[in-house]
Design a protein around this ligand. Sequence first.
Ligand code: DAK
Length: 257
Amino acid sequence: MAYETIEVSVQGHVGVIKLDRPKALNALCKELAGEVAIALESFAADDAIGCVVLTGSERAFAAGADIKEMQSDGYIDLFLDNRFESFTAIERFRKPIIAAVAGYALGGGCEIAMMCDFIICADNAKFGQPEINLGVMPGIGGTQRLIRAVGKSKAMDLCLTGRMMDAAEAERSGLVSRVVAPDALMETVMEAADKIAAQSRIAAMMTKETLNIAFETTLSQGIQYERRLFQSMFTTHDQKEGMSAFIEKRKPHFTNK
Ligand code: DAK
């Protein structure tokens, strides 16, 4: 498939999606949203892929939704094409997905980074939900995900003032898992992605699913869910292989069975 707004590649067992609209700082347009969903669909169907990385350029992960594309739209335009619904492909993606963020991750850019399982960023990263400066508000889950990630006070501060926060503040507040130098970003992220892709696919996918369920359930329901999935893992070859390999002092060879 020839993509216009993203670059898609495979490195080992890792699928990489690079947002690629440099002249607009990777602003998210309708075409880009559709292409990201198509790329994710193909990685979901590809048994060789164990982890995906979503990234942008060194200057911008994505500076938000494309303001020029939507400025003249009305309610009916957004309603009829259900604008950006296709980004839910990121939250529905069942294999692990990491956001590698350098530069601006603003508005919709911050929102799609937060849809990923975790964010590793460069020390030049700037996060924010500046929609209020445009007379609107976050609309791809930003209000809901940011408050869960960083708590009420900082989420309110960011969404109501529209200010940006730097990488150090993002790490302090728990939005990102690690901050590295810009030229070390992809190496660090690919190392994490390779590690994840080499795990038992079943264990990785069940672990992701179980962590995510914490946002949807009570503590006791979540713990029960975890216990049941944990027990179910003892039906897999990968559990036998992982534990045998430990006892035999060798590396496990997982077969995703
Ligand atoms: N959209 C379109 N073009 C953008 C853009 C954007 N979000 N951000 C930057 N660009 C373009 C600029 O217009 C400029 O283009 P030219 O003038 O060269 O043609 C080029 O990228 C370089 O930008 P700057 O010249 O402004 O570069 P600076 O380094 O001076 O500033 C900046 C970088 C990131 C601080 C600045 O560009 C900026 O403030 N950008 C806008 C950030 C922003 O407000 N983001 C939030 C967008 S609103 C929806 C749900 C959600 C949404 C929409 C719909 N539905 C459910 C329907 C989401 C909304 C948003 O994300």
